[in-house]
Design a protein. Sequence first.
Length: 245
Amino acid sequence: MARQFAIVGLGSFGLSVLEKLADATDQIIIVDKEKSVIEKHKDLAAKSYISDALNEEALRRIVPEGVDVAIVDVGDHLEAAIIVTNALKKLGAKQIIVRADNEDRGEILEMVGATRIIYPAKEAAYRIVPMLVSSTLFSFMPISASMVLAEFQVPDRYVGMTLIEANLRQTKGINVVALRKTDEDDYVFFDPKYRMREGDVLLCAGTEKDVTAFTGARVVARKNLVSDMFRGIFGKSRKQAEGEA
């Protein structure tokens, strides 16, 4: 059976999730109190409802019990987010992903049932800062609290070498996923005999520490700012929090 998704509140984060999710599944329910917003985006969802999510009885009629994933984006209204999150918990939602503006609010939302907190502003900042301080780093995407995917230009010292000769995994902790040649648009799996040229781009995976050190994007931060930022972006799961208690 296909996984079911419910998006409660179509703020900027909720809309972004809806637009991307609609490319992958049609099992989406959307709820918002603004008729104009629902009318504009109803074609992206299987079911759409104009309703005040603060009405727990209405939410119970709209969202299936035990829904696989619920996404909550009611803007900066903490009280509304608390009420909706708690209602979804009572409905048995398996995952409840909630947008929050800061960690204090995130901790409160976890207490009432959120399984994951998203901090859009911090996440955006974390992605863009490494690219601002490195001339060779083109994209930077966290995929966990310790791992990132990155796209960067082949450093001058490796031009003319094969990836086998460069041996980036052993010497730099960098795992090359694919390579895009300087005169082409698409990535390809690398040919062991191919010699890298100036302007070639590598798609790689590695730890944040290894990738930023390799590309020169490391920002020397006080009190381990990068790790703190990751915790801010991904938050702690309730299980982690309970385990530390």
